[in-house]
Design a protein around this ligand. Structure first.
Ligand SMILES: *Cc1c(COP(=O)(O)O)cnc(C)c1O
Length: 369
């Protein structure tokens, strides 16, 4: 592998394909697969990831906001794209790029309908989101009739699917709650199907849902974090491969004498002679201050080195005492070892936050076969 002489986020598209195949293997062959590529495909590269996923057979994409869908359309993504959080201000952009909104309240449903009517469109694809316990976005179970009434009287829009989102699919202590959410969703679906006299297309599972509640896969699953190599479970993580590796190179090595300090506010004070290495990335690149002061380790030629002192905007310092390394050597911040999940856990957060926080200043480099 080439030595990095700057900070890069290396994206392994073979690992992406492996993860997709693994997740698929846990599903019924007829179940459709939606790849969640919001937030720059979890901080990686939405275009490169989506083109790869499109080429290996995903059926659907989801993004959070309309602007993210526009980027995919401009890059040649032809598959349907669900916009999880459409906003009235972006409806024109959404229509122009044939992005499919999640409609989650009477207000947004009516606003969207009005625009589609004005445009004189017919059968525009929309998805109806139900709240089954997350209490974030979604119609309530008691609103099924209202929704159906609007839909039945509007030829301008066509309900492509109904869906919901689990609040704690990764937490088996919340199994009772999760099964309740799934039951509520089933009740909603049955009520709709009875009224409509036809089956509707349904989906509720995210990555941890695929792993822990495969019986609730319905017609499609929506996976994000699993595609990027994490399953919120150490056993599952062994079967997945991290897509993103954040790597950099040592800018300078210092010999630190006893009682000397390192970094801002003198947060690290050495008790004996130490050697430190300065690395060219900091909180402006997405390595937040919570990773400083010994909370996270990076890998220098395969050996663990803690981040010491406070994380600076553009740099961090690590303790390399006793390690065989020199200026210019490659350092892995996260990747296979340590993983983004291990690093995040050390600082009491989750892989999702660490991955999506890697700023656009960091160059993305793809590896594909
Ligand atoms: C982000 C998101 C997902 C993907 O969740 P993962 O845990 O990353 O698989 C699925 N559905 C909705 C509604 C989401 O917001």
């Amino acid at each position: 592998m080439p030595k990095a002489n700057q900070t890069i986020l290396e994206l392994n598209l073979n690992a992406l394909e492996h993860n997709y195949n693994h997740l698929r293997s846990r599903l019924e062959p007829t179940t459709k697969f939606l790849g969640v590529v919001k937030a720059f495909a979890y901080g990686s590269d939405a275009v490169k990831i989506s083109l790869k996923l499109q080429s290996i057979g995903v059926d659907y994409f989801a993004v959070a906001y309309a602007s993210e869908g526009v980027v995919l359309r401009d890059a040649g993504i032809k598959l349907p794209i669900l916009v999880l959080h459409p906003q009235a201000a972006n409806f024109d952009v959404l229509l122009k790029h044939r992005l499919e909104p999640s409609l989650y309240s009477t207000k947004i449903l009516n606003e969207f309908l009005k625009l589609v009517q004005n445009e004189g469109l017919k059968d525009y694809p929309v998805h109806i989101k139900f709240n089954t316990g997350l209490n974030r976005l979604g119609f309530g179970e008691n609103e099924v009739d209202t929704v159906l009434e609007v839909l039945e009287n509007s030829r301008e829009i066509k309900m492509v699917s109904i869906f919901s989102h689990l609040a704690a699919s990764e937490d088996l202590n919340e199994k009772v709650f999760t099964l309740q959410q799934i039951d509520t969703f089933k009740r909603i679906a049955t009520a709709m199907e009875n009224k409509l006299g036809r089956v509707v297309f349904k989906h509720i599972l995210n990555t941890s849902g695929i792993i822990n509640y495969p019986k609730a896969q319905f017609d499609m699953v929506r996976s994000g974090i699993g595609l990027y190599g994490f399953g919120n479970d150490t056993e599952i993580d062994k079967q997945l491969k991290p897509v993103a590796t954040l790597k950099t190179a040592i800018s300078q090595i210092h010999r630190i004498l006893p009682e000397e300090s390192v970094g801002y506010n003198r947060a690290y004070i050495s008790s004996n002679e130490r050697f430190t290495a300065t690395l060219p990335l900091g909180h402006a690149d997405g390595i937040g201050r919570q990773y400083g002061n010994g909370k996270a380790f990076v890998s220098v030629n395969g050996k663990k080195a803690p981040i010491i002192g406070n994380v600076c905007m553009d740099m961090i310092m690590i303790d390399i005492t006793g390690l065989n390394c020199e200026e210019g050597d490659e350092v892995v911040i996260f990747g296979e070892d340590p993983t983004a999940d291990e690093m995040a856990t050390g600082a009491k957060t989750i892989s999702y936050e660490l991955l999506t926080g890697i700023s656009q200043r960091v160059k993305r480099v793809c590896i594909d076969h």
